[in-house]
Design a protein around this ligand. Structure first.
Ligand SMILES: C[S@@+](CC[C@H](N)C(=O)[O-])C[C@H]1O[C@@H](n2cnc3c(N)ncnc32)[C@H](O)[C@@H]1O
Length: 296
């Protein structure tokens, strides 16, 4: 496991050195996440279902949400009682609901867009659930967790798997997005060598161009983990890996200033595709709760 920082060239130097999540309560935490996701408002693309899915399912995240959609449909059936945690705007969940799946959505707080979401999709069940608290309702056939666990340190991850295990009945499944590329040499070089160096170069460029001092700001972004680390933590909570898929090999290169631009060149794209095979942005596992989990 490795702490994941992001580096940006900015006029002010605001450094979060401690590697811990700076926010404290569910509300602050929800607002922080909503801001990172560009806000959960309904200002755009809530005029029709087609427009909503075009923007939030098809165009979102360079293929991330479409990859989720395929994996979810391969592992869910419409007779399952499904809980989605950390649903946010819930584009993947709404696509399933539209096709007859029984999905309860949830997040730390109810997003602003839910009024418009209900106007468009009908009476959607959206609960306020912090997955790090013991579950209030149990016995689900399936739990979906997309783009969440990178927020959790090792203690929180243990608590997460334990609570999910308790939420599922025996033989229930967890469909888990491991979130972003694994902790390996390639992601290490990208995060801790290439992107900070590039940010420094960009800060120098902007200082000269704008005649105003720019420095590099480092912000805590979460945790990167290998498949082995995530699957071992799940196994400790009685969740056994049954199916796995990975993809979205170029998404990590949409960070920084230069890489997204050179992706337009076919030679650069071929080179980055080769490296990207070691850095899948989406890694998804289907875990089955195999036994009654007894915490040690
Ligand atoms: C990156 S967003 C992902 C949203 C959505 N699943 C998606 O894939 O677009 C992460 C979400 O996790 C939620 N979250 C963070 N910590 C959580 C917790 N302890 N329990 C439940 N949700 C949490 C945030 O509020 C935020 O909406």
């Amino acid at each position: 496991m490795r702490i994941w920082y992001k580096f940006t060239a900015a006029p002010h130097n605001i450094v979060n050195k401690d590697g811990k999540n700076p926010t404290k309560n569910d509300n602050d935490e929800f607002i922080r996440h909503a801001t990172l996701m560009g806000g959960y408002n309904a200002e755009q693309n809530y005029d029709s279902r087609e427009s909503f899915f075009e923007r939030y399912l098809i165009q979102e995240g360079y293929g991330r949400t479409l990859f989720y959609d395929k994996f979810l449909r391969e592992n869910l059936t419409s007779n399952m009682h499904i809980l989605s945690i950390a649903s946010g705007r819930a584009a993947n969940e709404l696509a399933l609901i539209q096709d007859g799946f029984d999905v309860t959505c949830s997040d730390l707080k109810t997003p602003d867009c839910m009024t418009e979401t209900r106007s468009l999709f009908g009476d959607i069940d959206y609960q306020e659930i912090n997955v790090l608290n013991p579950p209030k309702k149990i016995g689900y056939d399936a739990v979906i967790s997309l783009s969440l666990i990178y927020n959790f340190n090792d203690d929180d991850l243990k608590c997460f798997f334990s609570n999910i295990s308790d939420t599922l009945h025996v033989n229930g499944i967890l469909l888990l997005d491991y979130v972003a590329a694994p902790d390996n040499i390639w992601s290490f070089l990208l995060d801790n060598v290439y992107l900070p160096v590039e940010a420094c170069a960009y800060a120098v460029f902007r200082t000269i161009k704008d005649r105003r001092l720019h420095t590099v700001t480092r912000t805590f972004h979460g945790y990167r983990r290998s498949n082995t680390e995530i699957e071992a933590a799940a196994a400790n909570a009685g969740l056994e890996l049954r199916a796995y898929a990975e993809g979205c090999y170029l998404v990590e290169f949409h960070r920084g200033y230069l890489l997204p631009k050179i992706l337009g060149s076919s030679i650069c794209k071929s080179v980055l595709s080769f490296i990207g095979r070691r850095m899948p942005y989406v890694r998804m596992g289907a875990f089955v709760r195999t036994r009654h989990f007894q915490p040690a």
